[in-house]
Design a protein around this ligand. Sequence first.
Ligand code: GSH
Length: 264
Amino acid sequence: MQLYQHPYSLDSQKVRLALEEKGLDYWPYSINPLKAKNLDSRIFRMNPTGKLPVFLNGQHIILDTLSILQYIDSIHEPLGGDAVDREKMLLWMRSIDSWNPKLFTLSHVPQKYRLFFSRFQRRAAIARMAECPDLAGKYHLKLHSAYATEEELKDKELINSSNELLIKILDAAEDQLSSTDFLAGGAFSMADAMFIPILARINLLNLEEEYIGSRSHLLDYWNRVKKRPSYHAVIGKYFSGWRKYKTLYATYSSVWVRNLFRRY
Ligand SMILES: N[C@@H](CCC(=O)N[C@@H](CS)C(=O)NCC(=O)O)C(=O)O
């Protein structure tokens, strides 16, 4: 199994947590979207939306995160075994999947940094388009979606409704975790693999107190899952404490240099 992914990508984190928890062997290829590596033609040919993750097993390619997790869970024994209510798990997975973290994340990033990266990504898309004219149509779509995101970020109602959906999910989790240790019962399941990256994103954006700290069962769950080896391998290693500044600074300085030398 091969996984084109990056620690910055929340959907990549979901898939890697699932693979780590199942103890499966896989090759994780790091593709940094902030450095526009997802626009390299080799990746873009596999997935012309440029989105991560891209999951490959032999000739089989899956792009949809929920489908990747269901596929992973079908290998050997399902995660959590009998301690997991499968119907509940699927309901949780669909509910979590319905929330797109893009607007929430970008609306909490200072505009200066957001524009710095989005400008670089647009320039990279134009450069790749010139190198691979056969993919020009797809790169154009990518540029359009970058401009569309800028417009969406001006729409306060859209941002509010994304925020409200997140709060609904967190409230439901708080309710659930008052009676079970994990989202779908007494053991870690694919629902947890999908949910933990959301908590990690809240934490990365320094919003933990507001969104997690105010919900006591959720806070207890968050403190427990952060201790799991899978969390360390997929998220903690890059973002715990001071590490997040190191990770973000490494990307920022690399893009800064490439901008300086116009190496898109
Ligand atoms: N294909 C995924 C969506 C993946 C997705 O939205 N990925 C984001 C990161 S979590 C991404 O790659 N963004 C970079 C970009 O759009 O250029 C799904 O349908 O579940």
